[in-house]
Design a protein around this ligand. Sequence first.
Ligand code: BES
Ligand code: MN
Ligand code: ZN
Length: 501
Amino acid sequence: MADLTLTGKNPTQLSADALVVGTCSTSDGVAVVADQLPASVVERIETLAPRLGVTGALQEVRTVPAGDGVAADVLVLAGLGERQEDGTFDREALRAAAGSAVRSLAGSASAVVALPAIDESELGAVVEGALLGAYSYTAYRDAKAAAKQTPVGTLQVATSFARTARAKAAVARAEVLAAAVHGARDLVNTPPNVLYPASFADAARTAVKELGAKGVKVTVLDDKQLAAGGYGGLTGVGQGSARGPRLVKLTYSPAKATGKVALVGKGITFDTGGISIKPAAGMDSMKSDMAGAAAVLHTVVAAARLGLPVAVTGYLCLAENMPGGNAQRPADVVTIRGGKTVEVLNTDAEGRLVMADGLVSAVEDGHDVVLDIATLTGAQMVALGRRVSAVMGTEDVRDEVKVAADTVGEQFWPMPLPDELAEGLRSKVADIANVGERWGGMLAAGLFLRSFIEGTPWAHLDIAGPAYNEKGAFGYTPAGGTGVGVRTMLGFLESRAGVES
Ligand code: BES
Ligand code: MN
Ligand code: ZN
């Protein structure tokens, strides 16, 4: 991760490859938003803005020669959009501007960031955006290509709060949070021949150890233990692959916990659809079908690193959905942990099968609240597009997730669980079928999951679209794995722990 420090020095006097300043759109053009830039530089940019094509729009990034009186080589003009009524900028605008600017600096060694922040909370947003934007996945690139993509090495963030305890705490939190998001992105980006259930379980152990998540205990059930333990969802989905399923349990239980939260993540390391096989076009993106489990792993790690006073158990439901000779068939009946039977009418609706085992485990272990997160349905993208995730569940928990998402700057939208759609999940031979009618497919999947939570307060996060960015990078979000859900779940835990996000 980029090495980030706060500085109270005049940013124009700091030598670096680039100095990042803000621009915004105003009623009469463009304003440069940076306290200590020489007036001559500000005037030059504001006057030339129309000819430079600079508008100050959110996420606009333009690089111009720095000019006299600035020690850095170039100025990076990062658009912040319009000011709010009180003259400040929205925290998400600050994150996005910082992220876009830092992304544009890939391949450079150093930069100074001088974006406006009127308090430590806004400063925290700038730092978060900068660190989230400083990401690349180059594991399989040659050295030359990797160097070009490598995020800027050192970042100095100029602020008048450089020495306050709150500012230091905001940086420390942002570093843990960004490491968690980066960790989740890395797992999603890892090719599916390399990341399979057993290697994911190893990666969980490594992440806990290497990130110093003290007090997190990792236990792994392998395919034999899952079959013996009656985890029929994981077993059924995993049996078509030569690489068997795993259930990883991560336990963080601090001494003075204010509550006990379960996080259950879908970890299909590759989803071919199984015997109900998917079309070839675009199937490669199904390496991201473990994004929920990746988010859970790194949320638990982050909660432990931050020492949040709330107990958290993570469940990673890991399997590879392949159409091998022993694969489950449409019409098979599997028995989920705890005894409920499911008729598998479509082997491509595998996520809900593995999640059912995870939810039952979470309920068995006793928690105040259960959150589950999954790239569960294509219908999620039909309903909300590629960037907005859905949240369903017990109304108050659903709304609590929405508040957490708004606070941290992730887009989630509440969706209903209409009882009548449950009728579509009736099976002629088992307790429930794994698919219902097509319309409202995301909600039907939510209703399926609800039938396993036994009245525990619960929310289901469907991140099918937002987990994997198939288009270009934007703001602080790279192409590929996005790490979505980590910040919302961490915000949820912070709020349960009575800590500010
Ligand atoms: N992993 C997919 C859902 C998905 C689709 C995630 C596109 C991300 C992008 C899931 O396992 C799946 O295949 N769902 C089916 C369910 C259907 C068979 C009821 C779907 O959405 O088509
Ligand atoms: Mn599927
Ligand atoms: Zn899937």
